[in-house]
Design a binder for this molecule. Structure first.
Ligand code: MOS
Length: 744
């Protein structure tokens, strides 16, 4: 959007990550890499029961161990304040209960004590010598037990239009099926970690693995009852989070609290096993789907009733029906959410919360409905996709799902599919084709940003959002370059520090759409200041008016042909920089803003040795304008791999007798490895959504995982004839007989 533009546009280009060299060279410091002088190390003592009470905590022996500084627990911990668990107020915590608040145990792996020592090893050794006695109570171990124990509590995000029950009863073809998804645990490479210290003025600095430095600062401000300006949360590099690092967890609060108590910096790393218990997970869901069509294969009734597990310490609603409200045209439709309490830690957002498990149910059920109606699943979708958002009675700002479905079908070769179950054989393998729609909301939040054009010809941009590995640093540089014409390699981007202008969480796929307009606005304001310097007094364009000056290649150009670089202008005027700030508002509500797409999946099932793999995925994604071809494609590819994990492997298992997690480590919690990766072909549609923001970008972090597990399940059904309604689709669920080819 520079005034003149002759070169390849920087927006959309596949610019390599500008933070890549620092990461490769080991110069990028993640939270636990910060080692302030005199730092002590914390290590947790974690409950070994899922429900009950700590009756006795013996620390005497542990306190005598080498290097131990102190041991904190319910009887010995600083007094803190509460914060409402509210995102609206921007200070969300995911557990409303403060660390060590009482002696109750609500889940296995809950902090019951915190040892601080002079080294990590000494802290860990002493933690193992803290003796804890419990009065164990019978735990609520899973969703089914939750329903028996405490029934359901109403959740939010419900929707109803028409009369779905009557339409269902009157319809010719109906299905009534229930899907189940297990707990999945976020496993970012970087473990949760906090390093806190308080300076001489009593101000808090915390290096934290956080997807939201502003929200965390605001939460800590409430908890420590000090002004937000006195807290700085630093998260310049994050080894991903998938949602687990969006909100503030007890370990960060505890680290800051004991650091103040001890008067020295403290570091706490959450062990991988406790990342399965104390830092959130995607909850278990049960989803009943009732669908009906008329004789023409049109959906006439749709009901999506979801229940998810939550904890006894907070209510987390997994909004499984969020997409169901608007993806298909259907006059009579009901979406409802409810929770049931179990003895697990509080769940949290995990990549495409709601939509990921929700579209497993919806897009599997749509496949079942299409087959029941005798319609090809692709055609069924094309016949039933909504043209406008019927849940809000709004037009979509931009919706290319029909083209996405058609393009992906074409690229994949859907027309070669023989619909007969088990009919496509290659050697020992039976090939299955399945597909599903994908969908995610687009949100743009208020944002502030700052850009400086400097006398040395460089530019500097800052915003208190984060780059969790997705490419935010790079696209911010692209936006500055787009407005100013300064090449990306002369632009410094600073993110991940709550003292910068307020920016969004790195979540919800908001960051691109939210941050770029503020960055661009700040860059334009900096250019305005620069033009003032150029045209005033003895500036280089003193005779001209600002309106006569255009911007290209890091220089101002006058209509008469005179050119002066930003550096020359600033130098001539004796200014070190020209600076701009901007504030941009949330998106309006004139339209329904959503992203769309379709996944086509090929699976291969070898019934002889019971081997199942996903061999090929084609995904066509409509997220508005693509800002960076490379990082955007990478987001979808990563989401597809995570979707393969969701479809085939991932489940956190709990012992039904006592609620204890049994596979909370990397050995037993199975995620896809290289050998599991399918061939992935991503089509990016790239239609700018200019009603949404000036770049037309809607964000791309989450949509790729939605629908993928359903597409796998649909392909598995095509290959095997088995409809697996419970994730993950493990081999035992397929093994009881060998499917036979049957006629269509
Ligand atoms: Mo995502 S679950 O909003 O980090």
């Amino acid at each position: 959007m520079s005034d003149t533009d002759t070169k390849e546009p920087i927006i959309g280009a596949g610019v390599p990550r500008i933070d890549g060299p620092d990461k490769l060279a080991g110069r990028a410091n993640y939270a636990a890499d910060n080692l302030p002088a005199n730092m002590a190390y914390g290590y947790g003592v974690f409950s070994t029961i899922a429900k009950g009470k700590v009756t006795r905590l013996k620390v005497d022996e542990a306190k005598q161990m080498p290097g131990v500084i102190d041991i904190f627990h319910h009887g010995h911990f600083p007094s803190l304040y509460r914060t409402p668990s509210s995102f609206v107020q921007g200070n969300k915590v995911e557990e409303t209960r403060l660390p060590f608040e009482d002696e109750r145990v609500y889940y296995e792996g809950q902090f019951v004590a915190l040892v601080v020592a002079d080294s990590f090893e000494n802290a860990r050794a002493a933690a193992r010598h803290v003796e804890v006695e419990y009065a164990t109570e019978s735990a609520v171990a899973n969703l089914a037990q939750g329903l028996e124990d405490n029934g359901t509590q109403a959740g939010g995000g419900n929707h109803s239009r028409g009369d779905a029950a009557s339409a269902f009863d009157a319809a010719g073809t109906t299905i009534d099926v229930t899907y189940h998804t297990p707990v999945e645990t976020h496993n970012p490479m970087e473990m949760h970690a906090s390093v806190a210290y308080w300076d001489a003025q009593g101000d808090l600095n915390i290096y934290d693995a956080s997807q939201g430095v502003v929200v965390e600062r605001n939460a800590l401000s409430k908890i420590f009852a000090i002004a937000p300006e006195r807290i700085t949360v630093h998260a310049p590099y994050i080894g991903s989070g998938f949602g687990s690092k969006l909100w503030t967890w007890p370990h960060a609060i505890a680290t800051a609290a004991v650091s103040r108590e001890l008067g020295r910096p403290v570091q706490l790393v959450v062990p991988r096993q406790q990342m399965f218990t104390t830092t959130g997970h995607r909850p278990e869901t049960r989803q009943r789907m009732r669908l009906a069509t008329d004789d023409n294969g049109k959906l006439v009734s749709l009901r999506h009733e979801a229940i998810n597990t939550t904890s006894f310490t907070d209510q987390y609603v997994e909004t499984c029906g969020s997409v169901t409200k608007s993806l298909y045209s259907c006059p009579d439709l009901t979406v409802s959410h409810a929770t049931t309490k179990v003895n697990r830690g509080t769940p949290t957002s995990m990549r495409a919360p709601g939509a990921a498990p929700g579209l497993f149910a919806l897009e599997s059920a749509i496949d079942e409905m299409a087959l029941a109606a005798g319609v090809d699943p692709v055609q069924f979708r094309l016949d039933n996709y909504a043209e406008r958002d019927e849940s809000q009675d709004l037009d979509f700002s931009s919706n290319h799902i029909v083209e996405a479905t058609q393009q992906a079908a074409e690229r994949f070769g859907w027309h070669d599919r023989n619909p007969a179950i088990g009919s496509m054989r290659e050697g020992r393998e039976i090939v299955g084709y399945g597909m599903a729609a994908c969908n995610w909301e687009a949100l743009k939040r208020p944002c502030d940003a700052r850009v400086s054009l400097r006398a040395d010809g460089t530019a500097f941009a800052s915003c208190a959002t984060q780059d969790i590995g997705t490419g935010t640093y790079t696209i911010v540089a692209q936006a500055v370059s787009d407005v100013t014409g300064i090449p990306v390699d002369r632009i410094t981007v600073k993110l991940g520090d709550s003292s910068y202008p307020d920016g969004p969480i790195s979540g919800g796929s908001w960051a691109t759409a939210t941050t770029l307009p503020a960055i661009a606005g700040a860059a334009r304001n900096a250019l305005d200041e620069l033009k003032r310097y150029a045209t005033e007094g003895n500036g280089m364009f003193a005779e001209a008016s600002a309106d006569d000056l255009s911007v290209a290649d890091g220089a101002l150009h006058h209509a008469d042909g005179k050119r002066a670089s930003f550096a020359e202008i600033l130098d001539a005027a004796r200014y070190g920089s020209a600076d701009g700030e901007a504030h941009t508002e949330a998106a309006d509500s004139k339209y329904s803003y959503r992203s769309f797409g379709a996944h086509f999946v090929e699976v291969r099932w070898d019934p002889g040795i019971s081997h199942l793999r996903v061999s090929r995925v084609v995904s066509a994604i409509d997220v508005g304008k693509v800002i960076n071809e490379t990082t955007a494609r990478n987001q979808v590819e990563g989401a597809v791999v995570m979707g393969v994990g969701m479809g085939l492997f991932e489940a956190t298992e709990y012992d039904e007798r006592n609620g204890r997690p049994v596979n909370n480590d990397y050995a037993e919690y199975v995620v896809p490895v290289h050998a599991d990766q399918p061939e992935i072909d991503v089509i990016l549609l790239d239609y700018p959504d200019l009603a949404f923001n000036e770049y037309g970008a809607r964000g791309i972090g989450e949509i790729g995982i939605t629908g993928l597990a359903a597409a796998i399940g649909n392909a598995v059904h095509h290959a095997t004839g088995k409809r697996i309604r419970e994730l993950p689709i493990t081999l035992d669920k397929l093994m009881d007989d060998v499917p036979q080819a049957q006629s269509a």
